[in-house]
Design a protein around this ligand. Structure first.
Ligand code: GCB
Length: 652
């Protein structure tokens, strides 16, 4: 599936050849331990240095990767995973733009370095934005893009010498350009009466702080040298028979055998298959249902894959287990269907963002967020404005929280950012994202971008190509991008499956006039629907509120205003959801950090929770609404109630 269909290539071929696009090599399975695989997380303290030299290239000029970092100058202790920006007391490091250097020395288990039948892989979950990696001073890999994993087979390097230790050096540059995703620009300020020599700032057109560093775990894992490289699963239903189509890619040998078994949640084998490709049939299948849509939502089977191969060193086996949810997704003119039933997105937009760690992955925060989502009665979120950590999607699979998976295409507003160079990178990012996230049942739609300048002339070709490519990579999911362009001017909208619109009535204009919201919102929906006849999602709406600020009658920035604005939106959403509106996603789940600006008071305060995850008044309003909506559309009231009570977490 990932390689695209012949038909799509006929259409896209000329462009892709023209751009020199090379399809991704290899899979990107989440590193799981198994009988044949081990993993070693390198979380903890790394040595760190920011290169403050004028050209930011001293690290390369002096080859800091050649010897331990401490030998080329002072280092700091830096936690991983974390952004580097907020852990220190140095304002210059907080806003640093350029290369930073991370280093970690580790000791490897003997069998990893001595057993030539073991393959050792270095995997970096996320390094924002451009990364270069050396192992023991040897360059192994480079990667562009801050939100997706990348990896290198380092077996030869760690198995070639007498050393059982290994030094990993990662240089990361957070500089953005008009062709990166997200885009940005560096502006040199040259007036000597105002700025010192060489002064520059990085400008971005997105509304969150450009945190940088090693945001997710760096880890080492092993496989045998003949190994399961990739698995692609798609599912369908035939009456009550669940169909699980699988395709397995093997590397390292042409002579192998693949056996698969599908186990239910009790560990009972429901179906078996042999061969690298096939279909498993599950009679009376348990479907994967969203949270509160079924008494047993998020049912996950386990696909156990066993590879056996004959190699020069003898027989080899590799094992990998993939969680599988059987579900279907479809879109009609006015509905979004999951398992053939109308689905309404009662959701939020999020950010990977928190005090101190910035965008660094954090289990307690993640669990807290999922508890809050379920407390709210939410059943969905959008990964605004970039792909989130894989562990986030795993929890969505387990809890039935539906995901609109968004690429880092945020802030595409310059004409240069619609060029072929940018488009090629965006195509590659979609490949990386789909390669990583394709098997998550929770992911029901791809979002290619947020609020691009889709009225600009090149936007039509850009989105037509990008959407065709995404559909060729994954024909099983609808595709969208999130727009704030006028319905008549939007050149990308004709190609999406679902229209996702952001609007901030009575916030960014008509300030303080909540009385105009209903009219303006109804007009928005009617115009778009008349033009396109596609289901619509209100993909953002909201207002800033500083917790503890109260004003009655409501004034902007008070909790009352935030709540009042939401209520006005809800009146219209309640009318239109009976027609073609299929979802609402509040902006935002929680307050988050942004660049400093006169319109941001220590970040964006549109969260219904504070950055520390405490509820504002709006959170209680939304909770009441979402449970009410769940009760209206759910399968049976008693079932939802017992689910809530049974979980011990919340009551309606
Ligand atoms: C938007 C953007 C989001 C911002 C939000 C706001 O339209 O999509 O990234 O944070 O508005 O609060 O301005």
């Amino acid at each position: 599936m990932l390689r695209g269909s012949a038909g799509a290539w006929a259409v896209l071929g000329p462009l892709l050849w023209g751009c020199g696009l090379s399809l991704l090599q290899g899979g990107m399975l989440y590193p799981r331990e198994s009988r044949s695989r081990e993993r070693k997380e390198l979380d903890g303290l790394w040595s760190f240095r920011a290169d403050f030299s004028d050209n930011r290239r001293q690290g390369f000029e002096q080859q800091w990767y050649r010897a331990p970092l401490r030998e080329s100058g002072p280092t700091l202790d830096m936690p991983v995973p974390s952004s580097f920006n907020d852990v220190g007391q140095d304002g210059q490091l907080r806003s640093f733009v350029g290369w930073v250097w991370y280093e970690r020395e580790i000791t490897l288990p003997q069998r990893w370095t001595e057993d030539l039948g073991t393959r050792v892989v270095l995997r970096i979950g996320s390094a924002h934005y451009y990364a270069i990696v050396w192992v023991n001073g040897v360059h192994v890999l480079e990667h562009e893009g801050g939100h997706l994993p990348f990896e290198a087979d380092i077996s030869k390097l760690v198995q070639s010498g007498p050393l059982s230790s290994c030094r990993i050096t990662i240089a990361i540059n957070n500089t953005l350009s008009p062709h990166t995703l997200p885009p940005g620009t560096i502006l040199y300020k040259t007036d000597p009466s105002m700025y010192p020599k060489g002064y520059f700032v990085q400008n971005t057109k997105f509304d969150f702080f450009n945190y940088a560093g090693l945001h997710r775990s760096v880890l080492l894992y092993t496989t045998p040298t003949t190994y399961i490289d990739d698995i692609t699963v798609t599912t369908d239903m035939d009456q009550d028979i669940g169909l699980v189509n699988y395709q397995i890619i093997v590397q390292g040998s042409d002579h192998f055998q693949v056996d698969v078994s599908l186990l239910d949640e009790e560990g009972k084998v429901m179906a078996k298959g042999a061969g690298a490709e096939g279909q498993l049939q599950v009679p009376s299948a348990h479907l994967w249902w969203p949270y509160l849509m079924h008494e047993h939502p998020a049912y996950l089977y386990s696909l156990e894959v066993k590879l056996t191969a004959q190699t020069a060193v003898g027989p080899v086996s590799d094992f990998y287990t993939l969680p599988v949810g059987i579900r279907t997704v479809a879109v009609t003119k006015s509905q979004f269907l999951i398992n053939g039933k109308p689905f309404y997105f009662r959701g939020v937009n999020k950010h990977e963002d928190a005090d101190i760690r910035g965008k660094g992955f954090d289990w307690p925060l993640l669990v807290k967020d999922f508890n809050l989502l379920r407390w709210l009665g939410a059943n969905a979120f959008r990964t605004s404005h970039y792909p989130y950590a894989e562990e986030v999607l795993q929890l969505c699979d387990r809890y039935g929280i539906v995901v609109i998976d968004e690429s880092p295409g945020v802030g595409i507003v310059l004409v240069e950012s619609f060029s072929n160079v940018s488009l090629q990178h965006h195509l590659e990012v979609m490949e990386e994202m789909i390669r990583r996230d394709k098997n998550h049942p929770a992911v029901v739609m791809w979002s290619l971008a947020n609020e691009p300048a889709s009225f600009l002339k090149p936007a039509g070709y850009y989105f037509k190509t990008l959407i065709a490519h995404t559909k060729a990579l994954d024909p099983s999911r609808p595709v969208t991008f999130v727009t704030n362009t006028n319905y008549e001017a939007d050149l990308g909208a004709p190609y999406v499956d679902v229209i996702c619109v952001n609007s901030y009535y009575s916030w960014y204009h008509d300030y303080g006039h909540m009385e105009v919201i209903q009219l303006q919102l109804a007009t928005q929906f009617e115009n778009w629907y008349k033009a396109y006849q596609k289901p619509m999602i209100q993909s953002e709406y909201g207002a800033d509120a500083i917790e503890g600020f109260h004003e009655d009658p409501p004034l902007m920035f008070s909790e009352e205003y935030q709540k009042g604005l939401l209520q006005q939106y809800h009146v219209v959403l309640d009318q239109k959801r009976k027609e073609y509106v299929v979802g609402e996603l509040i902006w935002n789940f929680a307050d988050f950090m942004t660049n400093q600006s006169p319109v941001r008071m220590i970040g964006n305060r549109k969260g219904i929770f504070t950055r520390q995850r405490q509820p504002k008044s709006a959170a209680f309003l939304l909770r009441e609404r979402y449970w009410k909506l769940a009760n209206e559309t759910r399968y049976q009231r008693s079932a939802v109630t017992s689910q809530c009570v049974g979980s011990g977490l919340f009551t309606v």
